[in-house]
Design a protein around this ligand. Structure first.
Ligand code: ATP
Length: 899
C-alpha cells in the first residue's frame, strides 16, 4: 500500500503525487496494469446476501403453510399417518420450489444490475481516457464533473466550483464546497474538503483528483455496514395479490368451517370424515402457486427488457410500464442520432457551407459552390478558432475511425476546425486556457479564458444563440468590429432552425492580461459576435418508427428539449409527432399560471428551451391530468424530475450517475425506441400476470366447487382426497402455470390503448371467466366421478379418474388461457409457446407415475387405470376447450376488448 507522510487530506498535492508515485499526466498503462494486478480491482465485496438458510426458512412464513402445518398435526392426532406424511412432503417440496424460483429471480436481477457498471474519465499516458471504475488504481488522475459518482477516494488536485454531496457517508445532505489546500490532520470526515470520497456525488462544478485508495481501502469500504441500494422486490400488483390471498384464505377458512358444521350437524357425517372434507376444501381453494408464478413472471419480464437494452432498476416499473400513456423525451441523442456535423456557418457578412459527413475531418468550406481557404484573421477563422478553443472534447483517429471523446456537438466543432486546417492541439498550445465556466443547461453557454504567448488575453464564449447575442454589443465584419444588428441574427437563427439545424453561436472579448479567473460577473455585454454554427443531427430511423408505434398504442410522445423551438419543431415533424403546430418555450411556461399550463399541457407536444425545473412542472401538470408519465433525463439536475415521474428513464451512455440512480429504468443505448420496446414488454408482463391468474384461479375454484358440491349433495365418498388435491396443485403449478410466464407477447399488443392505471386486478371479465371455467371443471369431474362410481363401486378407481380428469381439464384450459379473446385453434395458438408443450409432456409423465407407480398408489390412494378409461377422461376434459373458445367468439362479437 502507498503510505503518505501525513493523512491524505493533510498532504499537499505535490506530496500526494510523490506518495502515490504519479504525476499530472497520469500513470502509464503498463504501470496501471501492474498496480491493478498487485492491489486488485476497485470494488467492494458483494453486499451481504440473505443467507441461504434464512431464505429457505422464510419459505415457510406463509399463511397457507401455517394452515397445512395445522392440518398435518391434526391428521397426525387422528392417526391418518399417511396423510400427515404426504402433507409434510408437500410442504417441503413447496418450500424447495419457492426457494429455487426466488433464487432464480434474484440471480436474474443481479445480472441485470451488473450491466450498469460505471466508467470513470481518467488521464493515463498523458491522454484523457474512459475506463471501467473497477480498473482504477492508486495514482490514477480522475476527472470529475457534475453528476459523477466519485469512483475511489481522491486527493483533489484541481477544483472549479466543485461541490460534493456526501450524504452516503456522513448523512449530511447539503453539498460540501471542495478545495485543494491541505486541511488539519485531525479534521473529521465531513471537514476533509481537500478529499473526494468514493460513493459520494458531484452536484456542481469540475475537478480532478489523484486516486489514493480503492476498493475496500476507501472510506466507504471501511464502514462495515455497506451502503447497498435496496431494490424493493414487491410491486403494487404483488401487494394486491398478497392482500387478495389473505382475504381468500380467510374466506376459505370460514367456508371450510361452515362445510364441516353442515356435514356433521345437518348431514350427520362422522366428524373425522368431515374434517378431511373441510381440509380438502381449504387446500383446494388456496392458490398456493400464484405468488411464486407472479415473481417469476416479473423477473422474466425484466430479463426480456434487458435484452432490448432497457435496464430496470426498480421492479415495480415493469408493471407501471404497461400503463404509460405519455412519454416525455429529450431530443438530442435520444430521438436524434447525436452524430453531429457542422453544415452552415454564418458570419456578419458571409454564409458558408461545410462539406463532408460525420466525424471524418475531410471536407471543405464553401461559399455557394466555391471552395474557400480563409485567412487567419478573417471573421470565419476567428469564429472557428473560438469554437475549437471553447471546447472540452477531443477528436482522435482510432483504428480507421474518427472518434469524439466528450460532447458530440463540441466534437463536431473540432471536425469543422480540422476541415479548415485548424489543429485543436496546436491552438491550445498557442492560446493556453487559464480558466472556464463550464456549460450548464441553466445558463446555456460556456466561457473560457485564454492567454496568448504574446501578451494578450481573451474570453471565448459559445452557447445558445439568443443567449450569446444578448451578451454582444458588436459583431465581427471583414472590415473589423461593428455595432451588432440584432435583427439580422434573429432572422438567421430562424432561418437555420427552421431547417432543423441545431444552433450555436460564438463570441469573444479581449480581457486584461492580469486576469486569471473567470466568473459570471466577467460575462457582461461587452462581447463581439463572431458567428453562428448550424449543425445537423438527423432523427434516428428507429425513433421515427417508435414514435409511430406510440401513436398507434395510444401513447403521446412529448419532446422536451433545451434546443431552439424551431429546430425542435422541424425535428418533431420529421419524427411524425402528433402536434407539431404548437410549441411552448421555457419562458412562455414561466408566464403561464398553473391552470393555464394545465389547459395546454394535454395538447402541446413540443417544449423547447426548457430547463430541468420546467420538466418538474410539466410532470406535475400531466400527472394532474391522470397521466402515467415516463420521462427521460441525463443530467444531475434532471434527478428530481426523474424521481417525480412514474417511470424515470436515464441515459446509460451519456447520462450521469446521479440521473441513473434517480431513475426506474436506464436505457443502455440512449435510444428512444428502447423506451417503446420496454413499454411493449411491460404490457406483455402485465398480460402474463393476468393470464397466470386467469389460469390458476379457475383450477382452485373448480376443485373447491367439487368438494363443496359433493358435501352439499351428500355424496357418500368425496371425489378427491386432500393429498390428491395437494398433488394436483403442486404438479400443475410447477409445470403448466410456470409455462405461462414464458408466454410471448400477443400480436397486437401495441395497437391497443394503455391499461388504465386504476384498473382493478380482477376485472369483471376475469371474474366471469374464472367462474365460468370453474363450473365447467366441477361439472365434468364430478359427473365422470359419479358415473364411474355407478359402473364400478371402487372409490380409488373413481378418484384416480377424477384426479386425471381435473389435470386433463387444466391441460386443455392452459391453451385457452394463452390468449384472452383471440382464438387458439391455429398453429400459433397450439405451437406458439414451446414451454407449454414441454410442461404438458412433463405433467403427463407425473400423472402416469401418479396412476401406475406402486409407491404412489400407496401414498395417494390411486389405482392402475385400464387403458380404456383414458379416452373418456380426454373427451370430457376437452369440453372446456370448446366452451371457452365459443365464449371468446361471443365476447369478441359483443365486446372489442376485455372489460
Ligand atoms: P435535449 O434536452 O433535447 O438533449 P439539448 O441538448 O439541445 O436538448 P441542452 O444541452 O440544454 O439541450 O442545450 C441547449 C442549448 O445550449 C443548445 O441548443 C446549444 O445551443 C447550447 N449548448 C449545448 N451544449 C453546449 C456546449 N457544450 N457549449 C455551449 N453551448 C451548448
Amino acid at each position: 500500500m502507498y503510505e503518505p507522510p501525513h493523512p491524505w487530506h493533510h498532504c499537499s498535492v505535490q506530496q500526494t503525487f510523490k506518495a502515490v508515485d504519479s504525476q499530472p499526466e497520469g500513470l502509464d498503462s503498463a504501470e496501471a496494469k501492474r498496480r491493478l494486478e498487485n492491489h486488485g480491482a476497485n470494488k467492494l465485496p458483494d453486499s451481504q446476501k440473505r443467507s441461504v438458510i434464512f431464505r429457505f426458512i422464510s419459505q415457510f412464513n406463509n399463511l397457507l403453510i401455517y394452515v397445512l402445518l395445522a392440518v398435518m398435526i391434526i391428521t397426525g392426532f387422528l392417526g391418518h399417518w399417511l396423510d400427515t406424511g404426504v402433507i409434510a412432503g408437500v410442504v417441503l417440496i413447496n418450500a424447495i420450489i419457492g426457494f429455487i424460483q426466488e433464487g432464480r429471480a434474484e440471480e436474474a436481477l443481479k445480472a441485470i444490475h451488473s450491466m450498469l457498471s460505471p466508467n470513470a474519465e481518467v488521464i493515463r499516458d498523458g491522454q484523457q481516457q474512459t475506463i471501467a471504475v473497477e480498473n482504477l488504481v492508486v495514482g490514477d488522475i480522475v476527472l470529475l464533473q457534475a453528476g459523477d459518482r466519485i469512483p475511489a477516494d481522491l486527493r483533489l488536485s484541481l477544483v472549479k466550483g466543485l461541490q460534493i454531496s456526501e450524504a452516503v457517508l456522513t448523512g449530511e445532505s447539503v453539498a460540501i464546497d471542495k478545495q485543494c489546500e491541505p486541511v488539519e490532520p485531525q479534521a473529521e470526515l465531513a471537514s476533509r474538503t481537500s478529499m473526494a470520497f468514493s460513493g459520494t456525488l458531484v452536484t456542481h462544478g469540475l475537478g480532478t483528483g489523484i486516486v489514493v485508495a480503492t476498493g475496500t481501502q476507501t472510506a466507504l469500504g471501511q464502514i462495515s455496514e455497506l451502503v447497498s441500494k435496496v431494490t424493493p422486490t414487491d410491486t403494487p400488483l404483488l401487494r394486491q395479490i398478497a392482500i387478495f390471498g389473505r382475504w381468500l384464505t380467510a374466506t376459505i377458512l370460514v367456508l371450510a368451517t361452515a362445510t364441516f358444521s353442515f356435514g356433521v350437524l345437518i348431514r350427520g357425517y362422522p366428524a373425522s370424515e368431515m374434517f378431511l372434507a373441510a381440509v380438502s376444501l381449504a387446500v383446494a381453494a388456496i392458490p398456493e402457486g400464484l405468488p411464486a408464478i407472479m415473481t417469476i413472471t416479473l423477473a422474466i419480464g425484466v430479463e426480456r427488457m434487458a435484452k432490448r437494452q432497457a435496464v430496470i432498476r426498480r421492479l415495480p416499473a415493469v408493471e407501471t410500464l404497461g400503463s404509460v400513456n405519455v412519454i416525455c423525451t429529450d431530443k438530442t441523442g435520444t430521438l436524434t442520432r447525436n452524430e453531429m456535423t457542422v453544415r452552415t456557418i454564418i458570419t456578419t457578412d458571409r454564409q458558408y457551407t461545410l462539406t463532408g459527413t460525420g466525424y471524418d475531418p475531410h471536407g471543405f468550406l464553401t461559399i455557394g459552390k466555391q471552395t474557400t481557404f480563409p485567412e487567419a484573421n478573417h471573421p470565419i477563422s476567428l469564429a472557428i478558432r473560438a469554437a475549437v478553443l471553447c471546447n472540452d472534447s477531443t477528436l482522435r483517429n482510432e483504428g480507421n475511425e474518427w472518434r469524439v471523446h466528450g460532447d458530440p456537438m463540441e466534437g463536431a466543432l473540432l471536425v469543422a476546425g480540422a476541415k479548415v486546417g485548424l489543429d485543436a492541439e496546436e491552438e491550445k498550445q498557442n492560446y493556453p486556457r487559464t480558466d472556464l465556466i463550464p456549460f450548464e443547461s441553466e445558463h446555456r453557454f460556456m466561457a473560457t479564458l485564454h492567454h496568448s504567448h504574446d501578451g494578450h488575453a481573451f474570453i471565448f464564449l459559445k452557447g445558445a444563440p439568443e443567449r450569446i447575442i444578448e451578451m454582444c454589443s458588436q459583431q465581427m465584419a471583414t472590415s473589423g468590429p461593428t455595432a451588432i444588428q440584432q435583427d439580422f441574427w434573429s432572422e438567421m437563427i430562424e432561418q437555420q432552425a427552421h431547417n432543423g439545424q441545431r444552433l450555436l453561436a460564438v463570441a469573444y472579448s479581449p480581457a486584461n492580461y492580469a486576469q486569471v479567473e473567470l466568473t459570471f460577473t466577467d460575462i457582461a455585454n461587452q462581447f463581439i459576435m463572431l458567428g453562428l454554427f448550424g449543425l445537423i443531427d438527423p432523427p434516428r430511423d428507429e425513433a421515427i418508427e417508435a414514435v409511430n408505434d406510440c401513436n398507434q398504442a395510444g401513447i403521446r410522445v412529448k419532446m422536451i428539449t433545451g434546443d431552439h423551438v424551431l429546430t425542435a419543431r422541424a425535428i418533431a415533424m420529421q419524427l411524425g409527432m402528433v402536434n407539431t403546430e404548437e410549441a411552448l418555450t421555457g419562458q412562455q411556461m414561466d408566464r403561464l399560471s398553473d391552470e393555464e399550463l394545465f389547459e395546454l399541457a394535454g395538447r402541446i407536444d413540443i417544449y423547447a428551451r426548457v430547463n430541468p425545473e420546467h420538466k418538474m412542472r410539466l410532470i406535475n401538470t400531466l400527472q394532474q391530468h391522470g397521466q402515467i408519465v415516463a420521462m427521460t433525463g441525463d443530467g444531475v439536475n434532471d434527478a428530481p424530475a426523474l424521481k417525480c415521474s412514474d417511470i424515470g428513464t436515464a441515459m446509460g451512455l451519456n447520462g450521469t450517475e446521479a440521473a441513473k440512480e434517480a431513475a426506474e429504468m436506464v436505457l443502455a443505448d440512449d435510444n428512444f425506441a428502447t423506451i417503446t420496446a420496454a413499454v411493449e414488454e411491460g404490457r406483455a408482463v402485465y398480460d402474463n400476470l393476468q393470464k397466470a391468474i386467469l389460469f390458476i384461479l379457475p383450477t382452485n375454484g373448480g376443485e373447491a366447487l367439487i368438494i363443496l358440491t359433493a358435501v352439499l349433495l351428500g355424496f357418500q365418498q368425496l371425489p378427491l382426497t386432500p393429498v390428491q388435491i395437494l398433488w394436483v396443485n403442486m404438479v400443475t403449478a410447477v409445470t403448466l402455470a410456470l409455462s405461462l410466464a414464458f408466454e410471448p407477447k400477443e400480436k397486437r399488443i401495441m395497437q391497443r390503448p394503455p391499461r388504465p392505471s386504476n384498473q382493478p386486478l380482477l376485472s369483471n371479465f376475469l371474474i366471469w371467466r374464472v367462474a365460468f371455467v370453474a363450473v365447467i371443471i366441477m361439472g365434468g369431474t364430478l359427473g365422470l366421478f359419479q358415473w364411474e362410481l355407478a359402473q364400478n363401486p371402487d372409490t380409488e378407481r373413481a378418484r384416480t379418474i377424477a384426479v386425471n380428469t381435473l389435470v386433463m381439464f387444466e391441460i386443455f384450459y392452459l391453451f385457452n388461457s394463452r390468449f384472452f379473446l383471440e382464438p387458439i385453434l391455429n398453429r400459433q395458438g397450439i405451437m406458439g409457446n414451446y414451454y407449454i408443450l414441454l410442461a404438458i409432456s412433463i405433467l403427463c409423465v407425473f400423472q402416469l407415475a401418479f396412476t401406475y407407480v406402486p409407491i404412489m398408489q400407496v401414498l395417494f390412494g390411486t389405482y392402475a387405470l385400464e387403458i380404456s378409461a383414458w379416452p373418456k377422461i380426454v373427451i370430457i376434459a376437452s369440453s372446456v376447450f370448446l366452451f371457452v373458445e365459443t365464449e371468446k367468439a361471443i365476447m369478441r362479437h359483443f365486446f372489442a376488448k376485455p372489460a
